[in-house]
Design a binder for this molecule. Structure first.
Ligand SMILES: *Cc1c(COP(=O)(O)O)cnc(C)c1O
Length: 434
C-alpha cells in the first residue's frame, strides 16, 4: 500500500479541489471514515461535522438504512439508460417528490447535479416562451448575493462580484440583477425592496423569461436570510407581468430552514423548482427539476414537441433508491423537531458572538447558523484551529457558518458553537499579528 505522504504529494501535484490554485493549494485533510455526525481523519482525529458536506448529509454519514438501500438496488442493477427504459426506483422517487413538494409541481426531470438542475430549469423557462411564440423573453432576472452553481447558465445568475464570475463577463449572457433584499426575515417587506422590484418588473418584463432566486436563504453567495414577504412580492409581480418563477431549493430543500422547503415560509407556488444536495442524503450526486403542468404542457405543445434535455446518467437507479430511502428516513424520525432543537442551540451558542468586535452579524434559521465578520477569514489558520479542537467547519470569505446533520446531539452542537467562538478569538490574534 502506498504511504499516505506520497498520496498527499500526488494530490497536491495533480488534483484540483473546489476553488483552488494548482500553485499554492490550501491544505487538504485525508479522511479515513465517517459515521453519524463524525468525520475521522487518517491520523485518527475525530471531527464533529458542521457542514453536512455542503448541506447534503442531513442524516449523518454511513447511515445503515441508506447503505442498505444502495446495497439492495446494486443486486438488481445500478444504472440503465433512461431513454426508452424506466424503473421502479425512479418512479417511486418521483411519486414521493410530487407528493411532498408544494401543490402544483406535477412533472419531474431527474438530473445529475444541482448545477444541471438549474440549467434544466433555465432551459425550461426559455423553451416555454419559445413554445408560445414569444421571442422577446430572452433574459433572466435575479437578485445579488445568489448562488446557483458553477456551470455557465447557472453561473450567469450567480452574484457577479462575490462569486468571482465577473471575470467571465465577456462570455456570459447578461441577465438583470436586482440588489440583494434588505427585508429581514422578521420584519417583512422593506419599502426600498418593494420599489426596486416594482420598477424592475415594470421596466424589463417584456424581455424577462423568468425570475430565479433561492427562497428565504441565499446559500453560497452570502449566507443571507430574507423576508418571506419579499418572496411573496416577487411571486405577485411574476403573475402580474407574465414572468415565470424559478425557485432554487437546492440548499434550502428537505427541512434545512425549518420548513420542508424554503418556499413554504412564504406559501409561494413557483412554476419551476430545483432540488439537489440533501436529496440523496448526501450519499451520491442527484438532483431534480420539477415544474407545473402548465409549463410542461406548453413546452410539449411547442414546435419541437419535446423538452430538449437528457443526461446520460439521468435517473441513476442507485441514486434514486438512496434518495427514496433518505426521504422516508426524513419522514420517519421527526426532522422538524430535530431542526427546531438545532435552531435553539444555534441561537444560544452563536447569538452571544455578536459582542465580538470582529463580528458584524449573526444569522440563524432552522439548522443554519452564520457568523458574518467585518473582514475576510484566514481560512487555513482558522481551519487548523478547528481541527485541533475536533470540529469540521469551513469558512469562506468573511463568513463562518455551520449547517450540521439533523441527527446532531446537543453536546456536539455545543462543541461546534464553542469552537467557532474560540476560532474567532484565535483568528483575531492572527489578524493582529499580521
Ligand atoms: C450547491 C448549489 C447549487 C449547485 O449544485 P451542485 O450540485 O454543486 O452543482 C445550485 N444552487 C444552490 C442554491 C446551491 O446551494
Amino acid at each position: 500500500m502506498q504511504q499516505l505522504e506520497s498520496l498527499l504529494a500526488f494530490d497536491r501535484q495533480h488534483i484540483w479541489h473546489p476553488y483552488t490554485s494548482m500553485i499554492d493549494p490550501l491544505p487538504v485533510y485525508p479522511v479515513k471514515s465517517a459515521k453519524g455526525v463524525f468525520i475521522e481523519l487518517a491520523d485518527g482525529q475525530k471531527l464533529v461535522d458542521g457542514m453536512s458536506s455542503w448541506w447534503c448529509a442531513i442524516h449523518g454519514y454511513n447511515h445503515p438504512q441508506l447503505n442498505a438501500a444502495i446495497e439492495k438496488q446494486l443486486k438488481d442493477f445500478s444504472h440503465v439508460m433512461f431513454g426508452g427504459l424506466t424503473h421502479r426506483p425512479a418512479i417511486e422517487l418521483c411519486q414521493e417528490l410530487v407528493r411532498m413538494t408544494p401543490a402544483g409541481f406535477e412533472k419531474v426531470f431527474l438530473c445529475d447535479s444541482g448545477s444541471v438542475s438549474v440549467e434544466v430549469a433555465i432551459k425550461m423557462a426559455f423553451q416555454y416562451w419559445i413554445s408560445l411564440g414569444n421571442r422577446d423573453k430572452k433574459r433572466l432576472m435575479t437578485i445579488r448575493k445568489g448562488y446557483h452553481g458553477d456551470t455557465f447558465g447557472a453561473m450567469s445568475v450567480c452574484d457577479p462580484v462575490g462569486g468571482m464570475h465577473h471575470i467571465f463577463e465577456a462570455v456570459l449572457p447578461q441577465h438583470i440583477f436586482l440588489p440583494e433584499p434588505i427585508s429581514s426575515f422578521s420584519e417583512g417587506l422593506h419599502p426600498t425592496d418593494e420599489a426596486q422590484l416594482e420598477q424592475a418588473f415594470a421596466r424589463h418584463h417584456q424581455e424577462v423569461a423568468a425570475f430565479i432566486l433561492e427562497p428565504i436563504v441565499q446559500g453560497a453567495g452570502g449566507m443571507r436570510v430574507y423576508a418571506p414577504a419579499f418572496l411573496r412580492k416577487v411571486k405577485t409581480l411574476c403573475e402580474a407581468y407574465d414572468v415565470l418563477l424559478i425557485l432554487d431549493e437546492i440548499a434550502t430543500g428537505f427541512g434545512r430552514t425549518g420548513e420542508l422547503f424554503g418556499a413554504n415560509h412564504a406559501n409561494v407556488q413557483a412554476d419551476i423548482m430545483c432540488l439537489g444536495k440533501a436529496l440523496t442524503g448526501g450519499m451520491m450526486t442527484m438532483a431534480a427539476t420539477l415544474c407545473t403542468d402548465q409549463v410542461a404542457m406548453t413546452i410539449s405543445r411547442g414546435p419541437t414537441g419535446v423538452f430538449m434535455h437528457g443526461p446520460t446518467f439521468m435517473a441513476n437507479a442507485l441514486a434514486c433508491s438512496v434518495s427514496l430511502a433518505s426521504l422516508q428516513l426524513l419522514d420517519s424520525y421527526g426532522w422538524k423537531e430535530k431542526v427546531g432543537r438545532i435552531e435553539k442551540g444555534l441561537e444560544q451558542g452563536l447569538r452571544p458572538l455578536l459582542q465580538h468586535d470582529r463580528v458584524k452579524e449573526v444569522r440563524v434559521l432552522g439548522a443554519i447558523g452564520v457568523v458574518e465578520c467585518h473582514q475576510s477569514i484566514q481560512v487555513a489558520a482558522i481551519q487548523k484551529y478547528f481541527i485541533k479542537h475536533g470540529v469540521w467547519i469551513r469558512p469562506f470569505r468573511n463568513l463562518i457558518y455551520i449547517m450540521p446533520p439533523f441527527i446532531i446531539e446537543e453536546a456536539e452542537l455545543n462543541l461546534l458553537c464553542q469552537v467557532m467562538a474560540g476560532g474567532l478569538e484565535e483568528e483575531a490574534h492572527f489578524v493582529k499579528e499580521k
